[in-house]
Design a protein around this ligand. Structure first.
Ligand code: HEC
Ligand code: HEC
Ligand code: HEC
Ligand code: HEC
Ligand code: HEC
Ligand code: HEC
Ligand code: HEC
Length: 395
């Protein structure tokens, strides 16, 4: 009995000392230091580092902000008399408010949201709070644009950004809640965050896993980590739906979610939770659109991983995605495409642009510099269907 107790104690101590080998993670002792995964999962780690998830947010710097800071490409004119000028001063970047050419104020870029795949928007910090800057970078236009939902006639500097934005776009943000009277205000420390979505956002806290496998290098079966293939379909969908089912009020912060958890324990039900597909839009409503598709309804198995490998960047490869369609819709079978307007070989190249076209978003529109009417961001719909009008317009 005594021997048993000693072994447990030694095991415990050696695990503690091993854990010290990795610098502490700011999320707490349940989390391994983010880069530690590279020691044993190098190929996944390296491939993942190039994905949009890995760069979904960052501390602002000349390296992470995509837009141009030199004249004449750095001025955004509002319909009124104000201009916002993007300036670099040493290491710092600013949006400078000018009216009739005179400087009225300068606001630092503190945090970047968006990998630069489509758009980046920026936050500045003041008095413990984050505010969105009025000018964003819009990739399809290769230009600065007014931030989505912001007025076109004057620059707005007072849109407060809550921690919920960080909950979908980052791996940690430090929040202190301050009570003033009856209202609770979130207080942030400037630039204190873990930018990007890291391994432990999807796989959960992994300090035990790292400690165990470091001590037991011969063990080939995963321990102290949720095995994704033991999860049911809803649990697998919820892992992605946490961030890909649109903006929603939550009981608990998204940061607390672990694989296997039920999203319904996090989200405050709203009526109607499931809107009609044609009323859905980005921000990130892939789940609801997919769930309304016949492929999803009739296959019983389809989930996000049926088509997406979350560890790699595949977004330009329509051929790769079409192969995944053909695992169910095999060429030559009655399940294959019924379209007769194109040869079979051509149909096999790109199912996507006909059945999941990129459609303009009603929710996200940006007014680019010098334009009178806003340009919608276009989003790949996840309502898999026949889009006869879209097909007619294709060459
Ligand atoms: C000391 C080695 C080691 C380190 C460090 C390590 N792992 Fe692992 N991990 C393993 C081994 C061994 C397996 C089982 C074989 C496999 O699936 O690759 C595994 C499997 C996994 C699995 C697969 C679970 C499944 O679905 O089968 C995940 C997820 C995982 N690790 C995540 C992580 C994360 C996240 C980190 C960093 C925080 C990490 N690992 C760090 C050794 C390690
Ligand atoms: C913590 C929140 C979060 C979780 C969990 C999450 N995503 Fe994302 N995802 C995002 C954000 C934010 C973006 C936008 C990244 C950007 O470009 O800035 C994104 C982008 C994507 C993209 C587009 C990337 C590209 O290269 O075109 C795909 C595909 C995607 N996610 C799939 C998934 C799948 C599949 C899962 C579940 C396995 C998942 N996501 C889980 C937040 C999340
Ligand atoms: C966006 C969510 C997401 C992120 C971020 C993510 N994973 Fe995964 N991971 C998954 C999903 C989903 C699966 C199951 C894949 C499947 O079944 O096709 C998986 C499977 C795995 C596996 C086991 C299967 C395999 O491919 O070997 C390992 C190991 C793993 N992940 C490690 C990592 C590491 C290391 C990182 C960070 C570099 C990471 N994951 C980041 C969602 C994610
Ligand atoms: C519920 C999760 C969620 C919340 C909350 C959220 N986002 Fe997002 N955001 C996403 C996802 C998912 C994407 C990828 C969108 C897509 O392609 O459908 C995205 C995309 C973006 C992009 C464009 C990045 C790109 O290149 O595609 C920006 C900028 C952005 N979000 C800013 C914000 C801001 C600012 C807030 C807070 C006001 C916020 N987001 C809150 C999930 C979220
Ligand atoms: C997991 C299996 C599976 C995958 C993968 C899959 N589908 Fe389906 N799909 C089905 C099933 C089952 C149906 C319903 C029966 C049928 O129409 O064949 C369906 C129906 C459809 C329909 C008819 C829709 C309607 O409303 O009548 C289209 C179009 C379609 N799929 C296209 C695609 C495309 C494009 C992809 C790849 C992006 C894809 N499917 C991937 C299983 C799948
Ligand atoms: C039947 C195949 C299929 C399934 C299932 C699927 N996707 Fe996609 N998804 C695609 C294709 C094809 C694209 C277009 C290529 C790209 O942009 O990555 C795409 C694009 C995306 C994008 C980028 C959209 C944009 O325009 O910004 C996100 C985000 C995404 N998927 C998330 C998800 C999530 C989350 C799930 C699960 C709820 C999911 N997908 C399920 C095929 C699929
Ligand atoms: C050039 C556009 C185009 C391409 C490429 C294409 N389809 Fe289709 N597909 C259509 C149209 C249009 C229809 C409706 C039948 C018609 O009117 O010709 C259709 C019908 C279908 C149907 C039957 C839907 C029903 O109503 O029963 C399925 C399933 C399908 N396609 C799957 C696929 C898959 C999988 C691929 C890729 C291997 C693919 N399609 C490639 C345009 C296309």
């Amino acid at each position: 009995m005594l021997v048993g107790a000693v072994t447990v104690l030694v095991g415990f101590l050696s695990r503690c000392s091993d854990r010290k080998a990795d610098p502490a993670d700011p999320r707490g002792s349940a989390f391994a230091e983010a880069a530690s995964c590279a020691r044993c999962h190098k190929s996944i780690y390296d491939a993942y580092a190039t994905t949009a998830h890995a760069h979904s947010s960052a501390v602002a710097s000349a390296g992470t902000v995509k837009g141009r800071f030199s004249a004449p490409d750095n001025i955004f004119h509002f319909a009124g008399r104000a201009d916002v000028v993007m300036e670099q001063q040493g290491e710092e970047l600013f949006q400078v408010l000018k009216s009739d050419g005179k400087e009225q104020g300068r606001f630092p870029f503190d945090v970047v949201f968006g990998s630069g795949r489509k758009a980046q928007t920026f936050l500045y910090w003041k008095g413990g709070q984050y505010f969105q800057l009025p000018v964003s970078w819009f990739v399809p236009a290769d230009n600065w644009a007014n931030s989505p939902g912001f007025p076109a006639d004057h620059p707005k500097f007072d849109r407060l950004i809550p921690s919920t934005c960080f909950g979908c776009h980052s791996s940690m943000v430090k929040v202190r809640e301050e009570t003033k009277g009856i209202t609770v205000t979130e207080q942030f420390a400037r630039r204190e965050m873990i930018g990007g979505i890291d391994c432990q956002r999807c796989h959960g806290p992994a300090a035990e896993h790292v400690a165990f496998h470091t001590e037991n290098p011969a063990e080939k079966a995963a321990r102290f980590i949720t095995r994704i293939d033991t999860l049911n379909r809803v649990q697998r969908l919820d892992m992605c739906a946490l961030c890909h089912s649109g903006l929603k009020p939550m009981y608990k912060p998204a940061f607390a979610f672990k694989p296997g958890d039920a999203l319904s324990d996090f989200v405050i039900p709203t009526v109607p939770f499931r809107k009609k597909p044609d009323q859905l839009d980005v921000h990130g409503n892939q789940l609801q659109l997919l769930a309304a598709s016949q492929c999803f309804l009739q296959s019983q198995t389809m989930n996000c991983s049926t088509c997406h490998n979350p560890h790699v960047t595949e977004r330009t490869s329509m051929q790769t995605f079409s192969q995944r369609c053909m695992t169910c819709h095999q060429p030559g079978s009655p399940q294959f495409c019924k379209h007769t307007g194109k040869p079979k070989g051509v149909l096999q190249q790109n199912c996507i642009d006909c059945h999941m076209p990129a459609l303009p978003s009603g929710a996200i529109t940006l007014l680019t510099n010098g334009e009178q009417s806003p340009t919608p961001d276009s989003v790949r719909t996840h309502l898999i269907d026949v889009y006869a009008d879209v097909v007619k317009k294709l060459p």
